[in-house]
Write a protein that binds this ligand. Structure first.
Ligand SMILES: Cc1cc2nc3c(=O)[nH]c(=O)nc-3n(C[C@H](O)[C@H](O)[C@H](O)COP(=O)(O)OP(=O)(O)OC[C@H]3O[C@@H](n4cnc5c(N)ncnc54)[C@H](O)[C@@H]3O)c2cc1C
Length: 414
């Protein structure tokens, strides 16, 4: 691998401060780039639903020096229970049976905990944050990128990276409307917090009816549960996406009848001030860069939560992109190398969503639900994972990370 170029003079604007953004900012700062991160929210978001770091992403966080910290935040979910309309257990299985996680190559932690660890890493360094702002317009003239922020400030950067999620603003400005790249998987979901008055800890409980899935996730022994109400719908509600009131009403209507704890979940969803509604979709793009602008994480290749791999892909992409930018003076060459190295890995992980998602996690018909119940009962009886999980574990680990062992600040990666 080449030594980093004289990168000190190169300035990078990163849009988005969740997982991909701070991870990239940290690595770039270590390489000596001058890094600014712009985030639409007024602070980083802490707390939230559980996500996974596994496979090749474990090597990334180890090289970033935060593996032990992340391990200490491991949630250690012990049980997934599937119940019928009366709340009777259909099956209870270990989460690894579905996720394909290999124990020492898998950490499950609240999304906000991962974001906080990454953000804190960058705060010890020279990364600048602009919260409560976003890119309003940008113009790439081949030698640099002129950015006008929504706040009105104008600034020129050498490179701009969109790490602003599935609905990326950077992607829309440079590559065109999301509809060109959004592959809708046929479901919508609502996430919201509710009091843990079911006495649950270190577990999730799920109830499915054809085309509808309701559940709660107890993160450790938190007094707050993460509730979800997911439903199948053929036409994605893109047009009313931002209208949270409309989505709330629609979800309440779809779940207006149903067993188990559905009425209680609907009531909690209607009250929630943290309601997060979205479609279950993937992003597929023929290229992740254009000139001096590139995308990472969900903005480039969202795999959907059905894959359980979004955070890991975001970390791997950030690490490789930073390494390639350090290794190449020309960002266009760096972007090409980043894409050549990571695209097969990203696409293989995206493909996991359709393998696992369809009938096992989200049965749409009574026949699919019956088949799912039979599979779960067999898994519980045998203690074995379905054949897909072995395949998943292989895919999660399938990228051998490049070395990038030279850091401008004199430290060496393991
Ligand atoms: C319900 C749910 C469950 C999931 N479960 C899992 C799981 O089990 N395992 C797993 O690995 N992954 C899971 N994921 C996926 C995971 O959360 C994402 O893949 C991951 O967060 C992607 O990180 P990112 O940094 O690319 O984008 P995001 O986390 O989406 O972050 C984008 C950031 O950009 C900011 N932003 C947006 N627009 C702008 C703008 N215009 N200007 C500036 N900033 C902007 C946002 O505020 C946000 O901070 C789940 C996702 C959801 C929604």
């Amino acid at each position: 691998m080449l030594a980093p170029q004289n990168a000190k003079t190169r300035s990078v604007l990163v849009s988005g401060a969740s997982i991909a953004g701070p991870a990239l900012a940290y690595c770039l700062d270590r390489y000596g780039f001058d890094v600014t991160v712009v985030e639409r929210a007024d602070a980083i978001r802490r707390g939230g639903y559980p996500i996974d770091v596994r496979g090749s992403a474990i090597d990334v966080v180890e090289r970033m020096g935060v593996l032990a910290k992340l391990r200490s935040a491991h949630i250690d979910t012990r049980k997934l229970t599937f119940v019928d309309a009366e709340g009777n257990q259909i099956a209870a299985i270990a989460p690894e049976a579905l996720s394909g996680g290999v124990t020492d190559r898998h950490i499950e932690l609240p999304r906000g905990a991962l974001t906080s660890v990454l953000y804190d890493l960058t705060r010890d360094r020279q990364v600048r944050y602009r919260f409560d702002d976003c890119i309003g317009a940008l113009r790439d003239d081949g030698a640099g990128v002129d950015v006008r922020f929504a706040s009105g400030t104008e600034q020129r950067f050498d490179i701009v990276i969109g790490a602003d999620g599935m609905h990326s603003n950077t992607r829309a400005l440079v590559f065109g409307p999301e509809a060109k790249f959004n592959r809708y998987l046929g479901f919508c979901f609502n996430l919201f917090a509710l009091p843990n008055d079911l006495g649950l800890s270190y577990e999730a409980v799920v109830h499915a009816e054809p085309g509808r899935l309701a559940g709660v996730y107890a993160v450790g022994d938190s007094p707050v549960l993460q509730g979800f109400l997911n439903f199948a719908v053929d036409e994605p509600p893109f047009h009313s996406h931002a209208d949270i009131g409309a989505q709330r009403r629609r979800t309440a209507e779809i779940f207006s009848h149903g067993g188990w704890q559905i009425p209680r979940l609907v009531a909690a969803m209607q009250r929630a001030d943290d309601l997060f509604f979205d479609t279950v979709s993937q992003i597929h793009m023929p290229r992740w860069s254009c000139g001096r602008v590139a995308l990472i994480g969900d903005a480039a290749h969202a795999p959907s939560f059905l894959s359980g791999q979004g955070s890991s892909l975001a970390l791997v992409g950030a690490y490789v992109l930073a390494g390639e930018l350090a290794a190449h003076a020309d960002p266009v060459e760096a972007f090409a190398a980043y894409e050549r190295i990571t695209r097969p890995f990203m696409e293989a992980n995206q493909a996991l969503a359709s393998r696992k998602g369809g009938s096992l996690l989200m049965p749409r018909t009574q026949a699919e639900l019956d088949a799912r119940n039979a599979t779960l009962a067999a898994m519980q009886a045998s203690g074995l994972a379905p054949s897909t999980s072995e395949h998943s574990g292989h895919v999660h680990n399938s990228l051998k990370l490049p070395g990038y062992t030279r850091w401008l600040d004199g430290q060496r990666l393991p």
